[in-house]
Design a protein. Structure first.
Length: 450
């Protein structure tokens, strides 16, 4: 039998190659599926892992930028704080970072004032102490219309830095001669972040927070558009156990809200300081962190003569309007006393004193004199004007706060630069002398010339 080649038609069909999954190798990023021969068929990321990786990367980048921005801003604040002293930027007036930094420094005396900080006159405090002639600089905070309740916000926003810290409150007597605080001024000087920091601080009593909340709620535009702040103030003003429970419920969110606000504030403060440095020019590399360690003895008598001459020169150039006499002197004493007694500013000023006492600060209160010529033209005599100083002394005595009241200069024609509460060079000489004595614990030990 002759054998020949086998026909392909007769051969059994070849079995198809079987694919068997014999190994699944999983890494952190992909899963590799292998065949029985060891060759990979598919290499793909596990379901959902790619999204997780993207999310982690985004969080890492955002966290790095935020952390870097924060430390950059803090570094700028520490090294360039003194450049913000003469400025009226929002970062200083409405933020908390720069005020806290200034209060934390032993070489800086923070001065809370109002429109007296605005006129550019020789011997102005911020300029006089700018190069730290006796070992400290002055850091003024305030602008026109900064009444006591606005100052309270700025102090409350820096609660942690107040204990044992010297600071100065400058009072404008005109604020104590009106029934109500001008709402527009108060709204323009208010800060939502500062208010939040005060109300969520554990350094102040519930009674103080309740009274402050009631005072601020008289100006609804201040909290407009911020439900957290609105809710917080209304709960503190209520003061019931239910209100306290509701405050505890929203505390985690309020904490996160403040953290975001603080971060934004630090960045804005850093950018503001950076812009000031760029405007002023290149800062010497040796400037570094501004901490003066040396001082000198000032020749105050010579400076006084210079200040008086400068004030007379300013008076000669001023455009004071003639004072119109509307009443005979003494005929308006009783009405003046009643109006002053009802002024809202007294209640707000007492809230500030309560805050400072609870915080453990060491304040000095300074008050400008009344304008004798203006008040006499309105019918208020010297006897009628005594009410302001008497009530002021009684209030600060109750809280153990030292007071310097320049009553003897009511009729000084060159103490002020105008007919408003704006002191001139001579007035600033007195202020500067008191500030220097207060900082160096010599207050009351040196006689001031009349």
């Amino acid at each position: 039998m002759i054998s020949g080649p086998t026909s392909t038609l007769d051969a059994p069909p070849a079995a198809p190659e079987k694919v068997a999954v014999t190994k699944v190798a999983t890494t952190n990023f992909v899963s590799i599926v292998s065949t029985s021969s060891g060759a990979p068929l598919v290499a793909q990321p596990p379901r959902g892992h790619s999204h997780l990786i993207s999310l982690c990367a985004a969080v890492l980048v955002a966290g790095s930028l935020i952390t870097g921005g924060y430390f950059w801003a803090r570094d700028i604040q520490e090294r360039r704080l003194h450049t913000a002293a003469p400025e009226f930027c929002d970062a200083k007036l409405h933020g908390v970072a720069l005020i806290r930094e200034a209060l934390s420094r032993p070489d800086t005396l923070v001065f809370f004032g109002s429109s007296e900080l605005i006129p550019d006159v020789p011997m102005k405090g911020v300029d006089f102490f700018s190069d730290s002639p006796t070992g400290f600089t002055m850091f003024p905070v305030g602008k026109a219309g900064t009444t006591a309740l606005s100052v309270l916000q700025k102090l409350g926003g820096a609660a942690e830095q107040l204990e044992g810290k010297k600071l100065v409150l400058s009072l404008s007597p005109s604020f104590f001669q009106t029934d109500e605080v001008d709402a527009k001024y108060f709204e323009g000087n208010s800060s939502k972040l500062q208010i939040k920091e005060f109300f969520w601080s554990d350094r102040f009593s519930a009674e103080l927070k309740r009274d402050v909340a009631v005072a601020i709620l008289k100006y609804p535009k201040v909290i407009e558009g911020d439900w957290t702040l609105n809710f917080t103030l209304r709960r503190w003003a209520g003061g019931s156990s239910v209100d306290r429970c509701l405050l505890a419920i929203i505390q985690p969110y309020a904490t996160l809200d403040r953290m975001v606000g603080r971060l934004q504030d630090h960045i804005e403060a850093g950018l503001a300081l950076k812009g000031m440095v760029a405007t002023e020019g290149t800062v010497p590399p040796s400037a570094g962190r501004f901490r003066p360690t040396r001082g000198k003895v000032l020749r105050w008598d010579d400076l006084f003569l210079s200040a008086e001459q400068q004030s007379k020169a300013l008076a000669a150039k001023s455009r004071k309007r003639p004072i119109k006499v509307v009443r005979a002197k003494g005929t308006w004493d009783k009405q003046f006393a009643v109006k002053m007694r009802k002024a809202q500013e007294w209640k707000d000023f007492e809230l500030v004193l309560r805050l400072l006492k609870e915080a453990g600060a060491k304040p000095l209160v300074m008050s400008m004199p009344l304008h004798a010529d203006v008040l006499e033209a309105q019918g208020v005599s010297e006897t009628g004007r005594l009410a302001y100083g008497e009530r002021l002394q009684e209030m600060v005595r109750r809280y153990g706060v030292p007071l310097v009241y320049f009553k003897d200069h009511e009729s000084d024609p060159v103490f002020f630069v105008d007919q408003n509460d704006h002191i001139g060079s001579k007035g600033w000489w007195y202020y500067n002398r008191v500030l220097d004595d207060f900082y160096h614990d010599k207050l009351g030990k040196s006689a001031l010339p009349k």
